[in-house]
Ligand binder design. Structure first.
Ligand code: HPA
Length: 234
């Protein structure tokens, strides 16, 4: 047990999928895993361990934003020995050619700051995905006929942002989408020598204001979980 995770030693798999929403973790575990067992309920941040095609997997909520993800990823890595961590979540598109329901594989994650910024000080570290996971996820997505984009994303500290000028610069520099967790996941994976990737589904578009309904979100979320699981065990 750790401060934020109630699982006993050995109850967390080496491969962990991290949706932001704990109820998504429950849904994904019950939908895709065999014999899912709830291993964490502390603060309502649900985690489940089961098997997928015979491989042990934990699906655990990360909460919203990098400080929350940092707590769970630190404990999963340092206390439970997680080796492969794949964020599965939603994002807002920042390019005209990126549409609702498209899948984005985050090659890099830019940010204004992360929980690691205080430690990095003047260093502008470049958080990036594990190349093996990235290529495996790309192959898995091709097999699913999901429109997939690989490139840079922006990990923001705010959902309700007040910097349209910054968004303009990010769009100008080819950033595909915005979310709120991946940069710190990649920082931690680099620090501890683990594999990490973010597989994201576009739930809304910053320019047009278009957004998925909750039913559409659930359907698209399924493709993303399968891509993440296939990549983890390729
Ligand atoms: N901003 C930040 N995070 C997000 C968004 C957004 O528009 N959509 C989904 N996650």
């Amino acid at each position: 047990m750790t401060i934020h995770i109630g699982a006993k030693p050995g109850e967390i798999a080496e491969t962990v999928l991290l949706p932001g929403d704990p109820l998504r973790a429950k849904w994904a575990a019950e939908t895709f895993l065999d014999d899912p067992v709830c291993v964490n309920q502390v603060r309502g941040m649900l985690g489940y361990t089961g098997t997928w095609h015979g491989n042990r997997v934990t699906i655990h909520g990360s909460g919203m934003g990098m400080p929350s993800l940092s707590i769970y990823a630190n404990e999963l890595i340092r206390d439970y020995g997680a080796q492969t961590l794949i964020r599965i979540g939603s994002c807002g598109a920042m390019q005209p050619h990126v549409g609702l329901r498209d899948v984005i594989l985050a090659q890099t994650a830019s940010s204004l700051s992360t929980p690691s910024s205080g430690m990095f000080r003047e260093l502008s570290f470049a958080p990036c995905a594990d190349f093996g996971l990235l290529t495996a996820a790309h192959a898995a997505a091709q097999g699913k006929h999901v429109t997939t984009h690989v490139g840079g994303i922006y990990s923001s500290d705010v959902f309700y942002d007040e910097r349209p000028d910054l968004n303009d610069q990010l769009t100008r520099h080819g950033i595909l989408a915005v979310e709120m967790e991946t940069a710190e996941l990649y920082n931690l994976a680099a620090r501890y020598g683990r594999r990490a990737l973010a597989v994201l589904t576009v739930s809304d578009h910053l320019d047009t204001g278009a957004r998925l309904t909750s039913v559409e979100r659930e359907q698209s979320f399924g493709a993303m979980v399968e891509i993440a699981l296939t990549a983890a065990f390729s």
